[in-house]
Design a protein around this ligand. Structure first.
Ligand code: KG4
Ligand code: ZN
Length: 353
């Protein structure tokens, strides 16, 4: 029997619900509703308590809409899945509490899903061949992870950020360039008009002398890049006129670093598929640069469309199809956690190459 799962996502500032069915390798998206909380724009960042309250008013109608859009009744749902980590605890608690109530009321199994595992599954909802083994680059406002995915549930975390996440670097740089929040897409738009020769920033943690096994071989760091932009703004005679050029130089440095590290991983593990995920995967310049660099390897790059790249419940449902088939069932004690290691992380000593 292929199960049908109702999934909820409320880890940050999107209230989302989705109905998915099928299996982890052939998931079927029946509906997806995403309500983005616009209110945070006024504050230039997500305000946790406001996010929780917005989830509280939105979660019931958003879920009801997802069920209606799928043309389903509650009886058609086999399990309830919910993001339970990582994220803003108050925001997560809303989704987890509601999912528990549904599971209890409907007498259906409950599954707590790790948000980052969800991002790994998002692309497979659109691209049937975006399945393991592959190299994954997850780049969002809160995380930057380079993961070798040998199989669903077998993840080797190769690299992370030492400081700012990629999306955070976009957002902070946008702020200092006077652009609205969230700034990633504004930087991308401006960078397209920028002259790439006007400024050049260092490529953080990227140099030819690095060897596999070096601690900085796969890790990234973006706070120095952000500072370099700040210093360049201060030194500029015409900061407003230089904005597109600064955006271009910033984006070039960040993308070159992410691409180089991802290609290193794909080469080291012999993967011919590279899957991008997270909000920064909306950046078409990143996807295009990755595809160019992957070509000599004979590797294909898969980037989800913006709806599935940013936070959404469909990816939680897709991961839940896998976890449900694995036998995962969570009880009434399921809790929300701001940070929790992704399930399925392989310990360094075991080699699954
Ligand atoms: O995955 P996501 O929706 O939320 C988190 O889990 O953080 O990612 C949001 C991030 C923001 O930092 C936003 O600026 C960035 O994704 N982003 C972009 C683009 N679109 C969204 N960054 C670069 N270029 C874009 N086109
Ligand atoms: Zn996310």
């Amino acid at each position: 029997m292929s199960p049908r799962i109702l999934a909820l996502e409320s880890s940050c500032d999107e209230t989302s619900a989705s109905v998915v069915s099928g299996s982890a390798d052939a998931p079927r998206l029946e509906s997806l509703v995403i309500l983005s909380q616009d209110v945070h724009r006024i504050f230039g960042g997500v305000v946790p308590e406001i996010a929780s309250r917005e989830h509280l008013t939105a979660v019931v109608p958003v879920t009801q809409q997802a069920l209606t859009d799928a043309g389903r009744q509650w009886d058609d749902i086999d399990a309830i899945a919910v993001t339970h980590a990582p994220g803003l605890v108050g925001a997560l608690l809303v989704g987890v509490s509601y999912a528990k109530s549904l599971a209890l009321m409907l007498r259906k199994p409950l599954l707590g899903i790790h948000h980052m595992e969800g991002h790994l599954f998002a692309t497979s909802l659109e691209h049937p061949t975006a399945t393991p083994p592959f190299t994954a680059l997850l780049v969002s406002g809160g995380h930057t992870m380079l993961v070798d995915v040998a199989a669903w549930g077998a993840y080797r975390l190769l690299g992370e950020t030492r400081d700012d996440a990629a999306g955070e670097a976009f957002d902070k740089t946008a702020k200092l360039l006077g652009l609205p929040y969230p700034g990633g897409r504004h930087i991308e738009r401006l960078a397209a008009e920028g002259d790439p020769t006007r400024f050049r920033f260092p490529r953080p943690m990227l140099h030819g002398g690095q060897r596999e096994g070096d601690p900085d071989y796969y890790d990234v760091s973006f706070s120095g890049l952000k500072t370099a932009v700040l210093l360049a703004v201060r030194a500029s005679d015409d900061p407003a006129g230089d904005t597109p050029h600064l955006a271009r130089a910033f984006q070039d440095a960040l993308i070159e670093t992410l691409v180089a590290k991802t290609i290193r991983a794909a080469r080291a593990y012999g993967r011919d598929r590279i899957v991008l995920g997270g909000g920064v995967a909306c950046n078409r310049t990143l996807a295009a640069a990755m595809a160019d660099a992957a070509r000599p390897l004979g590797a294909t790059v898969f980037a989800p469309t913006p709806r599935l790249a940013t936070d959404n419940a469909a990816m939680i449902g897709a991961a839940a199809l896998f976890r449900f088939a694995q036998g995962q069932r969570d009880g009434a004690a399921l809790n929300a956690h701001s940070g929790l290691p992704m399930p399925g992380l392989l310990v360094e000593s075991s080699d699954t190459r």
